[in-house]
Every structure is written in C-alpha cells, then in structure tokens.
Design a binder for this molecule. Structure first.
Ligand SMILES: Cc1cc2nc3c(=O)[nH]c(=O)nc-3n(C[C@H](O)[C@H](O)[C@H](O)COP(=O)(O)O)c2cc1C
Ligand code: FES
Length: 637
C-alpha cells in the first residue's frame, strides 16, 4: 500500500482493487460488532477460518470481520455474499454445516435462516427479512460488506471517491453549497443545519479553525454512532476531511468515549491507513490541502456530549458547559471557529458529495431530509438499529420493522430523543418521524434512541428514571439545573412511593419551567421534557398514584402487592426458590402463600412463575385477599 499522489492514482488504485475482486467469489461476512462479539462472534470467525482451510476452500472463499448490520438481537450474524444469504444466531458448532452445505454445496441451511414468528416463513436473503425490508439503509448497509480494518474494502465500495471528486473538481464553496442545498440537519440532537454551521465557521475571522466529531453518544441505550465508528470508520473520516476542506480547517478531533474500545481501536487503525494512502496528512491527493485528525478519549460523562463542554474537555479541562454568548462555530475550541457535528452527520457528507443534494433531498419530509438511524429497543420483538427515511411513521417502525410488542402485550408509548426527549402515546403512532414533527408533540429526534414501552411500563416511573439519570449527570455548575433536577426527582420519588399530593404536580410543572428557561446548557433546558410529555399524555397515571395510591401499570414496588391465586398454583416451588426475602411458604402439593409482611415487592415470583400456570397476581390500590387457612392448601386438581 503506497501513498496516492493524486486523483488519477486514486482512480487507478480503485480499478486495480475492483479488477482483483471481479467475479462471484463467495465471502463469509461475520459481524464483528460489539454486540455479536459479546455473543461469541470471535469463535464463529475462527471456526470459519479453520473449516474453510480444512475443506481446501481458502484460495477462493474469504472471511470478513464485518461491521454491525443492526440486527444485534439475533447475533452473531453471518451473511454470505454474493447471494446475501443471512444466517442468524450462528454458533461455532454450526460452521461446519454452513461450509459443507452452503459454501461447498450451494445449498441453504434452513434452520439458521430468519423465521417469521407468526407465519413460520423463512427468509433467505438479508434484504428479505422484514426487519430489513422496510428500511432504507444508506449509511448502515455497507457495514456488513466491509472489513472495518481494511481500507481497501472501503475504497472498493467507492470510499474516498467523494473526497477525490471534491479535491479535483469542486471548490470549497461548491462543497459547502452542496451540503447547504441538501439541508443536512445535525443527527446528534437539535437538528441544526450543518451547512449553515459550516458557513458561520468559514466566515469567522481567524487564523485557524477546527472540525470535530461528536462520538460521545451518551444517551442510555443508543449505539448508532458506535456501530458506524466500529463498522465503517472511513466514512466518518471522509466526511470530516470534506468538512475541513469546505471551511478551511487543517486539524480535526474525534471525541469518543473510552467505553467504546473497539470503536477507538478501529478508528485509530483507520486514521493510520488513511494517512498511509494519502487521504490524510499533507497535500492530500496532490491538491495542496493538508489535514490531520487527533483522537480524544472521553471518560464517559453525559454532559461532555454538549458542544461547549466537549470543547472544554478537548482543551484538557473538566468537561463542563460554558455560556454561549458567541456560538462555538465562531468561538469554540481554544476560542477558534470550530464545527462540531455528530458521527452520523459526518457520515452523510460523502453520500451528498457523491450523489448530489438533489438525490439526498428526494427522501424525507419537507424539513427533514435523508435517512435517520434509530436504536429500537425496549418492549419490541426485533431489537436493533434501524435506518429509515425521514417521514416514515412511528407505527411503521414499531410494527413493520420492529415486529410489534412481544408476548401479546399492549403497546403503551414510544420514547424518542433520549433523556431530552419525551413519550409519545399510541394515539400518535401515525406521526411521521422528523425533527419538527417530534418536537411539535413535546419529544425530539435527539440522537436516535427509540424505546418502546408496553402496558407493564409505569409512565411515572419512566419520568422518574430519566430525571434520576439527568440528576446524576448534571455537572452542577448552574443552580437551576442542579437544584431544579434534585427537587423534581424528590417529588417524583414521593409520587412513585405513594406519598405524592396534587400540589406536587403543580410544583413539578413550576420547577420544570424555571429549569428549562434558566439553565446554562441544554442538559438542564431540556431535562423537564420526559416529565412534561408523560404528564401531558399520561396524566391519569400520575393522578392514580396520588389519589388512589394505585400504580395502573402494576409496576411501582411500593404500590404493588403480590398474591398467589390458589386456583392456579400448582405448587411447583419455583417462586419459593427465587424469592430473595423468603416470603413464600409452600411445599410439594401445597398451595404457596406469600407473607405480605416479609414480601419486598421485587416481583421475582411474578417473573419466574411459568406461563402455563400464571398463578401470581399483582394487586394495586385494592386489598390483598386473606391467605387460605393451612388445612385447605392442598393443590386442587
Ligand atoms: C447534555 C447533552 C448531551 C449531548 N450529547 C451528545 C452526544 O452524545 N452526541 C452528539 O452527537 N451530540 C450530543 N449533544 C448535542 C451536541 O451538543 C451538539 O448539538 C451536536 O453534537 C452537534 O452536532 P450535529 O449538529 O451534527 O447534531 C448533546 C447535547 C447535550 C445538551
Ligand atoms: S453487533 Fe452484530 S448485528 Fe449488531
């Protein structure tokens, strides 16, 4: 691999790679993302390597350590190209059969294909699986096609062609105009137009300016940025170089949390490879443009994702926000103009330069263009990362892609936007996803967290959970956020414990208003959103907790009692064995009984009671029936 001195050398290099890869040689792509690795992907990769060698297929069949394609819940994921045959939950023990049947014999191993839970139908190709079929994967699709540690894979797929195009045939202004015309809005939270941010930086008088990648990804449960960084790090670097070219920056930073070791490792490796090939460093592709990238590992504080806090941390100080008298694109890192964009925002830039703004804006709503990656989690059949066109409805995401709520439970709400977002009720499921559509209903796009909740979720507890998270994560620098959150949490704890009053609700609304108006940064300003949206759409749940001391979702420990239905109990002893407070008495053939004095309301009996018996009842706001007298406890037939 030698340095490419100009765009002609780049084109020649790419042609050489494509020629060498021509033909239909099979490749086994095994997801080597964090999720699949945790489920044993390393063993699967090793099993493939040795089985392929043993069969003498190693000259014709390649094995790739690929990036996360999103269906992590069913990992380890294996996709065999060119047929795109997708095997799920593959174990090392399955590998010999795959090599024998599929690679050597051209047949499909049916039992490892995706199976539709309702119809039992199997899908062979990745794109036929309902989870993928309804998505529009522009950013994530490449992950499974490339080895994230091989720059040649990226180049063969067209990687760095946007950079070559920009440097050889577009001025900095042309690149800026293309991004502005695409109306690319920031994918990290507020949805600020990237082109306008870049232009502000470019126009600010300064001797030096910076471009920065926000890879902090602090939202609980979100892993979109991690998947992109781990799976396709060059796409982010390419976007960053293009941004630097557009505004005239010569240094860039990636702020990535230390808890993402694989992402950090793959990124550092990608920087090294890109530098060696001449996409980074001095005189990039002979254009005269110089640019280098530094990686900063963050210690994982949520507030460090906030733009000014992140820049303060990059300067080597404690990552706390600072007042924004002047926007950071004008006065940011070390007081110089600095463009900070989210990982996914940067990853969109090469696509826009390659295909043009018109192509990009063909997908989306009036004000939100392109696609968005969501991390679909919670009470949903298909958990994972989904990339959808803006404007797709929440219902399509939850039902068509997510496969709905499992276990026959009823959908209750979907939480979007992470700790700064809100809960959207079922009546609004036909809402199209877009920055403005979501904020119009009191939630937000955020960085793409999407948590589905069913009838067992207590919405008061959800508000309490996010408020507790933000209380812990508030840096404490400004009083409205530090004290406001603490008082909000105190009142919410009171309500879930059954000690709340109607006045507490009024106080909560009052504190929310002050916190959102007076806080220094958007952590405090947006902190009341989860509470206010749940109060708006699920007020009756707050009132039931306060007026009737009842948790309608039967979830709040302090308000739920557990009781064993004598007609359903089969004396299987499972609940007695799992009860941590030894509150359940019973023996073989003897109906079990919970001692209400000893029970701590943890619900483990309810969780472990076999579905076929379904003997544990949860009771809230009503008295628990008296236990049967001892002499009547023999199990009924
Ligand atoms: C408390 C807080 C945490 C944030 N965390 C992140 C984060 O983890 N990742 C991110 O990209 N943006 C985060 N943001 C938004 C950033 O401040 C900033 O708006 C964003 O990185 C700009 O990039 P974008 O325009 O491409 O979205 C956070 C904001 C706040 C207030
Ligand atoms: S980590 Fe393998 S599918 Fe996500």
């Amino acid at each position: 691999m030698c340095r490419l001195e100009n765009t002609a050398a780049y084109e020649a290099y790419r042609k050489e790679l494509l020629d060498a890869r021509a033909g239909d040689a099979p490749t086994v792509a095994v997801c080597a993302g964090t999720g699949c690795l945790a489920m044993g992907a390393k063993g699967v990769i090793e099993a493939f390597e040795s089985a392929i060698e043993e069969k003498g297929l190693d000259a014709t069949v390649g094995v790739k350590r690929a990036g996360c394609p999103g269906f992590c819940e069913r990992g380890p994921v294996v996709v065999i190209h060119p047929e795109e045959t997708c095997y799920l939950q593959v174990k090392p023990e399955d590998v010999a059969e795959i090599v024998e049947q599929t690679l050597a014999g051209g047949k499909v191993v049916e039992r490892l294909l995706y199976e539709d839970a309702a119809s039992g139908a199997r899908s062979q190709r990745e794109s036929e699986i309902p989870f993928y079929a309804h998505q529009e994967r522009r950013l994530l699709a490449s992950n499974i096609k490339l080895d994230s540690r091989k720059i040649d894979d990226y180049v063969a797929l067209g990687g760095y062609s946007a950079l070559a195009k920009a440097l050889s045939s577009m001025s900095a202004q042309d690149v800026l105009d293309e991004v502005k015309n695409a109306n690319l809005r920031g994918r990290g939270g507020a949805g600020f137009p990237a082109g306008r941010k870049w232009e502000g930086s470019r126009d600010a008088p300064a001797d030096e300016r910076f471009v920065i990648v926000n890879a902090d990804e602090g939202d609980p449960g979100a892993f979109m940025d991690r998947a992109l960084l781990e799976g396709n790090p060059h796409s982010i670097l390419e976007g960053l170089i293009l941004g630097a070219y557009a505004i005239g920056a010569h240094q860039g930073y990636v702020y990535v949390r230390q808890e993402y070791p694989l992402a950090v490792d793959n990124l550092l490796h990608a920087i090294e490879e890109a530098t060696r090939l001449g996409f980074l460093g001095e005189d990039i592709l002979g254009s005269g443009f110089d640019f280098v990238v530094h990686v900063h590992r963050g210690a994982g504080a949520f507030v460090c994702g906030e733009s000014t806090a992140l820049m303060t941390a990059l300067e080597g100080r404690v990552g706390e926000p600072r007042p924004k008298y002047v926007r950071s694109n004008v006065k940011g890192l070390w007081g110089k103009p600095s463009v900070l964009n989210n990982v996914e925002t940067w990853a969109n830039v090469p696509l826009i330069i390659n295909h043009g703004a018109e192509w990009f804006t063909k997908v989306g709503t009036e004000t939100s263009k392109g696609t968005k990656i969501f991390s679909l989690v919670g009470k949903i059949t298909n958990t994972g990362l989904v990339e959808v066109p803006m404007g797709m409805t929440l219902r399509q995401i939850v039902e068509d892609i997510g496969g709905g709520v499992p276990g026959g439970k009823k959908f209750k709400a979907v939480q979007t936007g992470g700790p700064s977002g809100g809960c959207i009720p079922e009546s609004m499921l036909d809402l199209p996803v877009g920055f403005d559509e979501l904020s119009d209903v009191g939630s937000m796009m955020g960085s793409g967290g999407m948590i589905v909740m069913d009838e067992d979720t207590c919405m008061v507890d959800v508000a309490r959970y996010f408020t507790e998270f933000l209380t812990d994560e508030s840096c404490g620098k400004c009083i409205p956020c530090r004290e406001g959150l603490r008082q909000m949490l105190r009142l919410l704890n009171k309500i879930v414990e059954g000690k709340g009053t109607r006045e507490d609700l009024a106080t909560l609304e009052e504190i929310s208003e002050v916190t959102s108006v007076a806080s220094l940064c958007a952590l405090g300003k947006s902190a009341p959103a989860p509470l206010l949206s749940t109060l708006k759409y699920f007020r009756e749940e707050f009132e039931a907790h306060i007026d009737e001391k009842r948790c309608p979702a039967l979830s709040c420990n302090e308000m739920v009692r557990y009781w064993i239905d004598p007609d359903a109990c089969k004396a299987c002893l499972i609940c007695t064995r799992h009860c941590p407070s030894e509150a359940i008495s019973g023996a073989k053939k003897q109906i079990h009984v919970i001692d209400q004095e000893l029970c701590n309301g943890c619900g483990s009996c309810w969780e472990v009671c076999p579905d076929k018996f379904d003997a544990i009842r949860r009771i809230s706001g009503a008295p628990v029936p008296d236990p049967l007298p001892e002499d009547q406890r023999e199990v009924r037939a």
